[in-house]
Design a protein around this ligand. Sequence first.
Ligand SMILES: *Cc1c(COP(=O)(O)O)cnc(C)c1O
Length: 426
Amino acid sequence: MNVENFGASERLVNAAYVRQGAQGRRAHELCLRVLLEQGKCPENGWDESTIELFLHELAIMDSNNFLSNCGVGEREGRVASGLVARRHYRLIHGIGRSGDISAVQPKAAGSSLLNKLTNSIVLDIIKLAGVRTVTNCFVVPMATGMSLTLCFLTLRHKRPKAKYIIWPRIDQKSCFKSMITAGFEPVVIENVLEGDELRTDVKAVEAKIQDLGAENVLCVHSTTSCFAPRVPDRLEELAVICSNYDIPHIVNNAYGVQSSRCMHLIQQGARVGRIDAFIQSLDKNFMVPVGGAVIAGFNDSFIQDISKMYPAMSLENLDKHSDMAVTQLGSMLFTRQVSGARVVPLGSLQIVNNYTFKGFMSHTNNYPCAYLNAASAVGMKKQDVDLFLKRLDKCMKTFRKEKSNGKDVPEMDNCTKHTSAGETED
Ligand SMILES: *Cc1c(COP(=O)(O)O)cnc(C)c1O
């Protein structure tokens, strides 16, 4: 309810009561404002009704919930079951964009906002938990082991010669598998017994680096949280070695966020030496269902590189071409709430994981003309097609009129009249 609607309500219900109701709403909205302005974990946990209100507000910002939406793409937030839609508060578009998990999804402003806030709150919590100088983090919809894999895969491009990962032994399957899955050879460093504790053999780590040659080592992969009698790795010493030999350092902090000891070790390691990223499980630290992790670090650009590596796993390598003159028709359709129409211009260059593609999105280097794609997908209705054609027709008319008036619009002469060029979305 906004001011006008409260005003209109006063014609139906006593104005004093309506004002009280409006006050009640303001209290919820104050919580939202503080969160939006500060991006920090609220000091007092929100009432569930505030959370639900916020989620509904976010959901109606997504294009799949626009009342007059006309989706003609292959991904338009269609779900078969109402149960699934409700369970997700109708946030159906997911997060991120093809090619970058932390990028904004243009069809889904609400989901994008939720994602940014989530990462910002988690960053605040990591700081509060003891890693004060952390600069960047993001939540990934993958288990901790797979998130470690993602970090190793990101490092591969920076260290093309490296084959080995130095790994002080911790007997947990998924962190071991994470190195194999990424295609590297784990070099196991046995721990030393000190009293009844198993501790990192720092000398053995350094000797192994010298033996293998630093450039052949992808990274040191250390662990904080673990079961006794093993104790957390000597992160400070390992971080110093990594710094001295210029070797990346990835820390498995699986259930360490809830432990001030583990968080302190990470903070100290980063202070005296090198830590590139530290990974923690969502379920073990935040009491949510299994299947998520947080990747955090001290260097913005490295953490961003990892988030851009994400599509290597999701198999969605397409990315948006950025700079082109021919955006008009695409954006005309978009502002008329036609989402998903894909406008493919001529010869746009796109770099995906260091491979340069010419004519990207048209599946070939030199397709003869620019064109527009609309998908016919499961869940689309005949009315959707009719509405799309009606809006497209209108856009084309405006478009031609502006062109004949000499306005600066894309060249269409080498195409049939049903093709054009403009901005794409997915
Ligand atoms: C939980 C845990 C992991 C990751 O397990 P996932 O199932 O991949 O989330 C890795 N290392 C250690 C030490 C763990 O406790």
